[in-house]
Design a protein around this ligand. Structure first.
Ligand code: INI
Length: 158
C-alpha cells in the first residue's frame, strides 16, 4: 500500500504565484501578509527580488480565474494561490461573483493540472472577513500551507 502525502519542507526549487483581488483590499492585503509570512517561515524567498514568488493583482474575485489560466499556461509555477474577499452584505450579486470565481478557479486547476489554492473569503459581513483575515486568525497562513502541501504532493505524484 502506498501512502502518499505532501510535505511542508520542500521550499527549494518551488515557484509560487499569489493572485490577489484588489476589491476589499483591507481584507486581501491582510491575507497576503499572512500568506507571505507563512511562506517565508517555510523557507521561500519572499523578498522584492525573489525568483520564487510573484504577486499579481487583479480588480476583483471575478478576474481570478482568467489570470490563473494565463499563469498556469506559462508553466513557471508549481502552485498558485488566489486571495479574495466577497462580502454578502455589501454585494447584491454575491452569488454570481462567488460562483464564477470558484467554478472558474476549479476549472482552470483541473484543465491545466496545476494546483490552485482557493483563498477567497466568502462572508456575510465585513466583521467576519476581518476575523478570518487577522483579528482571530489569518487564513492567508493556511492558504500558504495548503499551497506548499499541494506543490509537494503533485511533485510526488508526477
Ligand atoms: N469583487 C470582489 O472580489 N469582492 C466583492 O465583494 C465584490 N463585490 O462586492 O461586488 C467584487 N466585485 C467586483 C468583481 O469581482 C469584478 O472585479 C467586477 O465585476 C469587474 O469584472
Amino acid at each position: 500500500m502506498a501512502s502518499i502525502e505532501g510535505r511542508f519542507t520542500e521550499a527549494s526549487g518551488i515557484r509560487i504565484a499569489i493572485v490577489v483581488a484588489r476589491f476589499n483590499d483591507l481584507i486581501t492585503n491582510k491575507l497576503l501578509s499572512g500568506c507571505k509570512d507563512c511562506l517565508e517561515r517555510h523557507g521561500i524567498d519572499t523578498s522584492q527580488d525573489s525568483s520564487q514568488l510573484d504577486v499579481v493583482w487583479v480588480p476583483g474575485a471575478f478576474e481570478l480565474p482568467v489570470v490563473c489560466q494565463s499563469l498556469a499556461r506559462k508553466g513557471n509555477y508549481q502552485v498558485l494561490i488566489t486571495l479574495g474577499a466577497v462580502i454578502r452584505g455589501d454585494t447584491p450579486h454575491f452569488d454570481v461573483v462567488v460562483g464564477e470565481s470558484s467554478k472558474g478557479i476549479a476549472s482552470v486547476s483541473r484543465d491545466t493540472g496545476l494546483p490552485i489554492i482557493f483563498g477567497v473569503l466568502t462572508t456575510d459581513t465585513m466583521q467576519q472577513a476581518l476575523e478570518r483575515a487577522g483579528i482571530k486568525t489569518n487564513l492567508g497562513w493556511n492558504y500558504a500551507l495548503q499551497a506548499l502541501e499541494m506543490a509537494s504532493l503533485m511533485k510526488s505524484l508526477n
